[in-house]
Design a protein. Structure first.
Length: 319
């Protein structure tokens, strides 16, 4: 992607890496036997259903994803490493032995995230203005290991996610290394797609789509039906990411040769069927929460081809 000295970064990036004395004490929710399960409280009153953090292959097998219940879905990583190799302790702010915020190309990557977020603000701000609405810009939080959110405790293993309660996008930049090394989805445009997908969930929140999805899921007669509703929401966020990419390139000429292929490759690499196969599990469409690789590629491409958010109505599409 083309970014230079004349480009501006978003003012809405919050970097929590390396913050000493973080929100978790040594006996916090991840102490003891690895802390693989916690509940995510919502607004103090809870959601009324057991909400489990997706961590690794166990939750993938069960088809459980707490972020889908929050209608702000994340991009999941099966078996994404959490412990520090030296101590065996989770990388959690406030615990000794964490990574300490050390990351290659940290400044460069932080700037890139700021550039991409600024571009999403410009594109969606213009769409909302033309519709007679105001676009409320989300905050993007960069963290390491774990961090507090209004939706509960966010962890690296959850992948990038959007919390609709505080309207913030959360990402541990280690996810980009996982995309490149484990899933064969390198490239700066692939990284931008991840941010654009989560911002797509923010757009859904502002338009009232997220709240409507939550009501439909609560009224669902089975987990399979609720999963199918969530898949449609995730595919719409993919489509919105494609819309952003197309319009952003029209306005600012960001795309370089190979960028579109990077985005399509990333969408395929994190399809539910792809992740299940990689984890050695049987492909179970009834447990999908984000859509198959083919679906994710198709809807991202539809957004790219049309540049029109109205083309992203996944909820009224038969297949």
């Amino acid at each position: 992607m083309r970014y230079g000295e004349g480009d501006r970064e978003s003012e809405n990036v919050e970097d929590r890496r390396g913050a000493g004395g973080g929100p978790f004490g040594g006996g916090g929710p991840f102490g003891g036997g690895g802390g693989r399960r916690i509940q995510l409280p919502i607004g103090g009153g809870g959601m009324g259903i057991g909400t489990l953090i997706f961590i690794g292959i166990i939750c993938l097998m069960l088809g459980i994803n707490p972020l889908t219940l929050l209608t702000g879905g994340g991009i999941e990583i099966p078996n994404m490493p959490m412990p520090d190799r030296r101590t065996g302790q989770p990388d959690i702010d406030g615990l000794p032995g964490g990574r300490g915020g050390v990351q290659r190309n940290k400044d460069e990557m932080t700037k890139f995230v700021g550039f991409v977020l600024k571009d999403t603000e410009d594109v969606w701000g213009d769409f909302f203005q033309k519709a007679g609405k105001q676009y409320r810009k989300p905050t993007l939080v960069i963290f390491e290991g774990a961090t507090r959110t209004a939706c509960g405790v966010g962890q690296t293993a959850m992948g990038p996610f959007y919390c609709p309660v505080d309207q913030k996008v959360y990402i541990d930049l280690q996810f980009y290394d996982e995309m490149k090394r484990r899933f064969g989805a390198p490239g700066d445009f692939a990284q931008a797609y991840v941010i654009a997908h989560e911002v797509g969930h923010h757009v859904q929140k502002l338009l009232g789509i997220a709240d409507n999805v939550q009501r439909r899921k609560e009224a669902a007669r089975s987990q399979e039906e609720a999963n199918a509703i969530q898949v449609k929401m995730e595919l719409q966020a993919d489509c919105f990411a494609g819309v952003w990419a197309a319009v952003n390139d029209q306005l600012k000429k960001r795309l370089e040769p190979g960028d579109i292929e990077e985005g399509l490759n990333a969408a395929a690499a994190i399809g539910d069927d792809t992740l299940q196969r990689r984890s050695g599990q049987r492909v179970s469409p009834e447990s999908f929460t984000h859509g198959s690789a083919q679906q994710r590629v198709r809807w991202f491409k539809k957004g790219m081809d049309t540049g029109n958010p109205q083309a992203c109505d996944t909820f009224n599409t038969p297949n």
